[in-house]
Design a protein around this ligand. Sequence first.
Ligand code: PMP
Length: 287
Amino acid sequence: MSLKIWIDGELVDEQNAKISVFDHGLLYGDGVFEGIRVYNGGIFELAAHIKRLYESAKVIRLEIPMSESDLTQAVEKTVEANGIIDGYVRLVVTRGKGTLGISPLTCASASIIIIADCIQLYPEALYETGMKIVSATTVRNHPLSLPPQVKSLNYLNNILAKIEALDNNVPEAVMYNHEGFVAEATGDNIFIVKDGKVCTPPVEAGALEGITRGVVMKIARADNIEVVEKNLTKYDLYVCDEFFLTGTAAEVIGIIEIDGRVIGDGKPGPITKSLREKFFKYARGKG
Ligand code: PMP
């Protein structure tokens, strides 16, 4: 069945959803995006995703030619038109059609694309066994070059680290910042548990301010678990009791080995498991 894609104000069949080869989103990765989950017909944390999208756009001086409330409605309409009950929305804003030069001034108007589809998660078994990862040598973008809080269409920095992960036959890699502190994984935020305390790098360490990260921190605190945002080193990762990643697609997934160092007893730990279950229920409106 053909999907209905929202493109610049219209819902069109997938095969007719096209953008110009002169779009600066394609030519230069000039644009911003969001990945959003749909659970039981409800769009999870849509307001937070819309806010992050507009903030990312503001930082790169990209004007989204639609109000936040109209865009919210457009996302809802696209999900409904595709009959998505459990799925994933990709909301993309490109700089639009311009010339072959990089100047954004040649792009008359940004393009808005909304795709509502299904999502391929990590295999269920990986949530039970936990995942092995490696440290990437690719350093996370310097915040003065491109603030990592901006969810831009330019993911090359993360892609290079992802290639390192895949070269090592693991699905994810930890990225460190220019000072050597832990930033994030290529598409997920990082948490560790040490002596009963949940720790995550501050956003200033070079992480996207993950929506899942925020929800998981709230769930943990509501459970009387201490949550601390602080700089973490590779050493902290190697000697932690538990380790997990959070993200829209991954939700909460335990890490059981990094760079050949086994975490805890080599299985997702109790706090990881409890937060995963609580997040799972909360997202589906059952918690
Ligand atoms: N970091 C990066 C680089 C990401 O691309 C993502 C989203 N896939 C995350 C963290 C997690 O953010 P969220 O929980 O909002 O999906």
